[in-house]
Design a protein around this ligand. Structure first.
Ligand code: SF4
Length: 122
């Protein structure tokens, strides 16, 4: 495959069409079956984003790690910085699903939120 062709899987619906992105001044998308796929392909080619799932250490809870995720997708180039910012972070139980764990993570204007409740345990 040449450098100016990229293949990605469309994740906008469970069908999972294989998209071929022809990169140039204008991005052309092939293999999509609907408008959402074309939009997804263009975004992947020009400004890809990802929701970031991770875990952080939690104190005084039943489990040692709390699952968290970014509330929205962040730019793909920022994902490593987001993970780095979470490294070594400790939170205290109790936590409710949806609580903000880190505001404006890695200066993305996106918050990291708790994925589940975690009660305090003595
Ligand atoms: S291109 Fe359309 S039909 Fe295909 S996976 Fe994407 S959203 Fe679904």
């Amino acid at each position: 495959m040449s450098d100016d062709v990229k293949e990605v899987l469309c994740v906008r619906c469970p069908k999972g069409c294989r998209l071929k992105l022809l990169l140039g001044e204008e991005v052309a998308v092939k293999g999509h079956e609907c408008r959402l796929g074309e939009e997804y392909g263009k975004k992947e080619a020009t400004d890809p984003e990802r929701v970031v799932p991770s875990t952080v250490k939690i104190m005084d809870a039943r489990w040692p790690r709390l699952p968290v995720r970014s509330e929205r997708a962040v730019p793909l180039v920022k994902v490593e910085e987001v993970i780095e910012e979470l490294r070594g972070l400790e939170v205290e139980a109790p936590v409710k699903k949806g609580d903000v764990i880190v505001e404006n993570v890695a200066e993305t204007s996106v918050d990291m939120i708790a994925e589940r409740d975690m009660e305090r345990e003595a």
